[in-house]
Design a binder for this molecule. Structure first.
Ligand SMILES: [Zn+2]
Ligand SMILES: [Zn+2]
Length: 147
């Protein structure tokens, strides 16, 4: 009796043979398109790293208390230890926050964003801000007309 798969021109993968990568890629692309349909105006992936210049300028502080800990590694700071202070006032071990900011631009504790060196992302942020501003302007207009 002829095997059904053989008849259809299908066969099992031979030893060392790989599945069809193009098919896999096509599926991935389809998944991404579905993602795009649900696009909500948020940046679709992790924001880019913080601007090198800004990171270099983060002030170093000297710890003078034992009741604070680093939000990244959760270790308690020791008195006299050096730490980096973010513009949002949160403090971290230099190695902890520098590693973090090489990956993405926001404070891991409160999500305060630092500027990035990524032009596309900066344009996206500006556009988002403008959209919020437009909405606020409309609300002000609405309130002034109806109150
Ligand atoms: Zn730490
Ligand atoms: Zn923060």
């Amino acid at each position: 009796m002829t095997d059904y798969f053989q008849e259809m021109g299908w066969r099992e993968l031979q030893d060392g043979e790989q599945p069809d990568h193009f098919l896999h890629l096509a599926r991935l692309l389809m998944d991404y398109n579905i993602y795009d349909d649900n696009f909500t105006g948020e940046w679709p992936r992790l924001p880019p790293p913080a601007s090198k210049e800004i990171v270099n300028k983060l002030p170093d502080i000297s710890i003078d208390t034992t009741d604070k800990n680093c939000p990244i590694c959760l270790k308690t700071f020791e008195i006299g230890e050096k730490a980096k202070k973010m513009p949002c006032e949160h403090i971290f071990h230099p190695v902890c926050i520098l590693t973090w900011l090489e990956k993405t631009n926001s404070c891991p504790f409160c999500r305060h964003e630092l500027p990035t060196d990524d032009e596309t992302y900066e344009a996206f942020k500006k556009e988002k801000k403008r959209a919020v501003q437009r909405k606020e302007d409309l609300e002000v207009l609405h309130n002034s007309m109806f109150s």
